[in-house]
Design a protein around this ligand. Sequence first.
Ligand code: GLC
Length: 820
Amino acid sequence: MRYGFFDTDADEYVIDRPDVPVSWTNYLGTKNMCTVLSHHGGGYSYYKSSQYGRISRFRQNGVPLDRPGHYVYLRDDADGDYWSASWQPVGKPFVEPGTEPDAEAGPGAAGRWTTRHGMGYTRFRSEYRGIDTEQTVFIPLDDDVELWDVRVTNTSDRVRELTVASYVEFSFHTITIDNQNLQMSLYASGSSYQDGIIEYDFYYEPWTFHYVASSETPSSYDSLRDNFIGAYRTETNPVAIERGEGTSKSATTQNHCGSLQHKIVLQPGETKRLVYLLGYGSRDAAGRAMQAKYSDVESAEVPAVDREFQRLRDYWHAKQDKLRIRTPHEGMNTMINAWTLLQAETCVVWSRFASFVEVGGRNGLGYRDTAQDVMSVIHSNPTKTRQRILELLRAQTEQGYGLHLFDPKAFDPDAEKLPDVPSPTIVPTPNVADLIHGLEDTCSDDHLWLVPSVVEYVKETGDLAFLDLEVPFAQGTPATVYEHLRRALEFSAEQVGPNGVALGLRADWNDCLNLGGGETALVTFLHAWAIRAFLEVAEPLGRTDDVERWTAELDRIRGVADSELWDGRWWIRGYTRDGVKIGSAANDEGKIFLEHQAWPVIAGITSQERGEASMDSVRELLGSEYGNHLNWPAFTKVDDTVGFVTRVYPGIKENAAIFSHPNAWPIIAEALLGRGDEAVQFYDAILPYHQNDNIEVRGAEPYAYVQFLYGRDHEWFGKAQNPWLTGTAGWMYTAVTKYVLGVRLALDGLVVDPSIPQDWDGFEVRREWRDAVYEIEVRNPEHVSHGVASVTVDGVAHEPGTPIPPAPAGSTVSVVVTLG
Ligand code: GLC
């Protein structure tokens, strides 16, 4: 079953059958304001923080699906029939894809609804009874406002009198108060109308306002939700739309909304354009200026809304142009060039707490998630990456570990401070010292991810001096970035158990493996990987003491891995605090885990033979048509020395589901082992693109990775849950571009070392790096997977295996790599 298709040339996903069983979302916004928007207009906006800065309301986990949203209603004033630009919330009958709606049909006829999710925008289109409406929703790069560019065209041959209306329900800015303390939210906020602008205010917080405006003076409005909807009704049949007129009343109490109604008359073939604005800020400080800017739709040669839309398109194209691939794998091209990049950027820019599943009740950054996510978008978003890295460094303790979940503002001396207004809701002001948790809440892996991320940042930018930058630890003590990295390694070197393996602490990457005093192989392997990254900078910086110290530690880890952690066919997962092995063939449950198998290869601490054996075991014991399971067999008996994982239903999340994120790592390992066919097999199994026509099983959107798919122990095997906010996107991007296609960076040059399916004739990559462009063509005349026979750079032979040095800024370099 399919509900849409990829329009790869336009970088859009097109939903041409609107009754998708679950919400398929998109993310709008690049700076301060973000909207999570579903394929039929449901969703919410916030300013900076999804916990504290809510703009529009969303009834999470609601019935019916996705209410409310950012809606445009249309009404035929001749007969009172009305519908929505985005199918829902009115939800008229619709024609099957490929069928034309009847323009002359009467009220209640079937129309056609199409949604295009693009990069940073979503466009709804309805064709209903001879009226063709488009609502393009986006947030311009530099204005804190969401625009709805609405075009209504009369495709019938009669004159049409219509009402067009906006609707959005405002939210109290703090989500917890909006949900839990209505005696605050209902009476502390109000709305008013003046000069075509509805302003929503928080009376006691004179810096928080939102507004709704439009490009033309409306004929009526509603700013009180219950006036617009009416008692015993929903967004499906609002009384103000049924009537064709708003009440034009506002009040300093209750629930508020932004509905502006416009009366229009369209001759046959005529189009009317209206822009609605949903903005952050007051009427006077922002609303009037934005209204003026975006009202020139009829007069200007290039209206501001078009100019800003184009700027947004250019912004995303520029990111995509940093790295574009052309391979024989259409799904890989479509996902890497657009969707996976978009998803990876979304996780970095908006963190992991705003979706329809994570509905914004948490704030700040997860240490390990952010430290991983940044690594994949350094080329496309160096500014945000740098900001995030600094935030992570400031939330690293002087002992070396990271604060697992933290609000970067608490540690940022330059963070904006809100005016001190006495509030009836007592929210204790946090003391920074209280935010620094001790070892009992520390995860054994958080800090380690940061080390390779910083090193990748330095490779991308060439900014070695970044390592000398002074950034304080969470406790306030100053240190260079280099020292931060060293402390991260030291912490893990100290936290070692009786078998010489890293202590498990609160958890490692796997939140549900709570080994406490037990030991984790994963972290031992990650430690080795982080050490290798550190050595890549310590050596050129001439830090010989550190090079010796960490080379010795790497050797120690190699020895421990060899003697303690190999189980015969795969790597054990660790030991409980009672010294019992887990993830071993000797166990009854959880004999093998996925998440650590790839790391000995990635960290370069094992042999080809063991690397291949562990990957073969993954394929054989964890593999499936939807990707690799996280462990096998699922746990069914509670064992708190193993952790919470034993209290999770079999086949769900960390207990033997197909957890997407660690599916990327075996792709990297297979590529490093030179087995390109196997690498791409792993990639293909979990690639959402391949599930486009299998939505009755998958459920979730086929353009985004999800957190997990139910495993084979669950009757919903293959169903995908928790889209968008997962480290999978970043890691898949890294796995494909840097390892399968093999275009990665050394400190002093560009490396091209692919591992591809043997039947590929070759591929092309366009990579921008340090202001030069590399046009890379890889040829595969012998149909091998791996192994570079020759390289030319601008036609001149170059020694295979040696990095291609950075070219002067502004130059274009032609690189031809022949495998064989
Ligand atoms: C969630 C968490 C992530 C963790 C993973 C596995 O996705 O955000 O930090 O690594 O679960 O437990």
